[in-house]
Design a protein around this ligand. Structure first.
Ligand SMILES: Nc1ncnc2c1ncn2[C@@H]1O[C@H](COP(=O)(O)OP(=O)(O)OP(=O)(O)O)[C@@H](O)[C@H]1O
Ligand SMILES: [Mg+2]
Length: 373
C-alpha cells in the first residue's frame, strides 16, 4: 500500500529538519516526506509540485508566520499546516491557529509531540478502513424558530468533544439560516451542497476534501452559500450523509432548526440525542411545549430528547422547576447567560470553551459535553 500521508518541511534549521525526518523514518509506510526546504519561497514551490497533506512550518516572527500560514491555507486548501515555534506565548498560538494552522508544536520538537500533532491533523483517520469508528454518536441541537442558542451550543459541544484528539464532525443543517461558518470564522470552498451534488461519490477520501478542520478541533461541514442549494437538499441525502459521518467520526454534532418535517425529521431519526435548546421565557416555553409534544407524538422517545435551558439566570421570574412542570421534561443542563463572553467568542471566531474556558458558560458547556458522551 502506498503511504497515505505526504508531508513537507519548511524550516531554516537544518538540524531541526533532519530530526523531524529521523523521527518519521520508522513510519515510512504511512508517511512519505515530499521534501524538506529552508525558505518559504522554496516551500511554496514544493507544495505546488507535490501537494502534500501536511506542512510543518517553522515560525520565528508572528506577523510573518501568520501571513505564511494564511498564504498556504488559502492557496492550498487541502494542505494542513502544523506550526513549529520556540515561542510559548498563548497569543502566538491563538493567532497562528486563527490564521489557519491546525497544530502548534513547541521547539525543540519531541517525537511524542510530532506523533500527536500528526494524529490530530486527522489525515490518518481516513487512511485505513481499520480506523473506522463503526458507530459514532449523533447529537443534534434543535430549536424550531431559532434564536435560543443552538449554534452556540453545537459549536461549543463539538469543540469540547474534540479535545484529546477525538474525531468530531460539526455539521450545519440549519439550512435556511446556517451560521456555523460565522461562529467559527471559516469560509470554506466546499459546503453541504458540494456533498449533496456528489452524493454518489460519498466516500471517506471525498469527505476529507470537503470538510475543513477548525483549529478548535472539529471537522466542519457548513451550510450552503446559496439559499437555492439549501432548498434542494432532500431528507434522503441528509440521512445518507449522517449515516456516513457516523461511520467515520466518534461524534457528529448537528445544528438544526425549522419545521418538524422533511430534513429535520431525517436528522432526528438518525440522532442518538436531540438537545432541545430553549430559554426560560413565556413565549419560548409556550413554543417548546407545542414542539416537544409534537416530537413525542412523532415517535421521538423522551430518553433521546433532552431539554437544555440556555441564557439561564438563576433569579429570573420563571424557575427551572416551573419549566419542568409545564414541559413535562426534566432539564438536562442549564447554560448561564454570559453575554460578554459569548459575544466575544463569536466575534473572534473561536468557541467560548476554548477562548474563555473558565467562564461559567464554558464550564456548563463542558459539563454538557460530558453528559452526552
Ligand atoms: N449562554 C448565553 N449567554 C449569553 N448570550 C448568549 C448565550 N447563548 C447565546 N447567546 C447569544 O444569543 C444569540 C443567539 O445565539 P445563537 O446564534 O447561538 O442562537 P441560534 O439558536 O443558533 O439562532 P439562529 O436562529 O440565529 O440560528 C447570539 O447573539 C449569542 O450571542
Ligand atoms: Mg444558529
Amino acid at each position: 500500500m502506498p503511504p497515505s500521508i505526504t508531508l513537507a518541511i519548511i524550516d531554516s534549521d537544518a538540524s531541526a529538519r533532519e530530526s523531524i525526518e529521523a523521527t518519521l523514518r520508522p513510519f515510512a509506510e504511512t508517511i512519505s516526506i515530499a521534501g524538506s526546504v529552508d525558505t518559504f519561497a522554496d516551500g511554496v514551490r514544493l507544495i505546488e509540485n507535490s501537494a502534500p497533506n501536511v506542512v510543518i512550518l517553522e515560525v520565528n516572527d508572528i506577523q510573518r508566520g501568520m501571513q505564511e500560514v494564511q498564504h498556504i491555507t488559502s492557496r492550498f486548501p487541502r494542505t494542513s499546516v502544523i506550526v513549529s515555534s520556540a515561542e510559548r506565548n498563548s497569543d502566538w498560538i491563538l493567532s497562528l491557529m486563527r490564521a489557519g494552522a491546525v497544530e502548534y508544536m513547541l521547539r525543540p520538537i519531541t517525537q511524542e509531540e510530532l506523533k500527536q500533532a500528526l494524529q490530530k491533523v486527522g489525515r490518518f483517520f481516513f487512511s485505513s478502513s481499520s480506523d473506522k469508528t463503526p458507530n459514532g454518536k449523533l447529537i443534534s441541537v434543535y430549536y424550531p424558530t431559532g434564536g435560543t442558542g443552538t449554534t452556540t451550543v453545537a459549536v461549543n459541544l463539538a469543540a469540547s468533544l474534540a479535545s484529546e484528539g477525538t474525531k468530531v464532525a460539526l455539521v450545519d443543517l440549519n439550512l435556511y439560516s446556517g451560521d456555523i461558518s460565522t461562529f467559527l470564522d471559516v469560509n470554506p470552498t466546499y459546503t453541504l451542497s458540494s456533498v449533496t451534488s456528489n452524493i454518489d461519490r460519498l466516500d471517506a477520501n471525498f469527505l476529507m476534501t470537503v470538510m475543513t478542520r477548525h483549529s478548535s478541533g472539529p471537522f466542519v461541514l457548513t451550510e450552503p452559500n446559496e439559499v437555492d442549494d439549501a432548498i434542494s437538499i432532500t431528507p434522503d441525502q441528509v440521512r445518507r450523509i449522517l449515516e456516513f459521518l457516523k461511520g467515520v467520526f466518534t461524534y457528529v454534532v448537528v445544528d438544526c432548526g425549522g419545521p418538524l418535517a422533511g430534513c429535520n425529521m431525517a436528522i432526528f431519526e438518525s440522532s442518538d440525542v436531540v438537545l432541545f435548546t430553549t430559554a426560560l421565557s413565556l413565549p419560548a416555553l409556550k413554543n417548546s411545549k407545542r414542539y416537544l409534544t409534537a416530537m413525542e407524538r412523532k415517535g421521538l422517545r423522551k430518553d433521546r430528547l433532552k431539554l437544555v435551558v440556555n441564557r439561564y439566570l438563576p433569579k429570573a421570574d420563571i424557575q427551572v422547576k416551573d419549566a419542568e412542570k409545564v414541559l413535562g421534561h426534566t432539564v438536562f443542563q442549564t447554560i448561564p447567560n454570559e453575554y460578554l463572553d459569548v459575544v466575544a467568542s463569536i466575534n473572534k471566531g473561536m468557541p467560548v470553551v476554548k477562548m474563555s474556558p473558565r467562564s461559567p458558560v464554558s464550564k456548563a458547556l463542558l459539563t454538557l459535553a460530558e453528559l452526552v458522551k
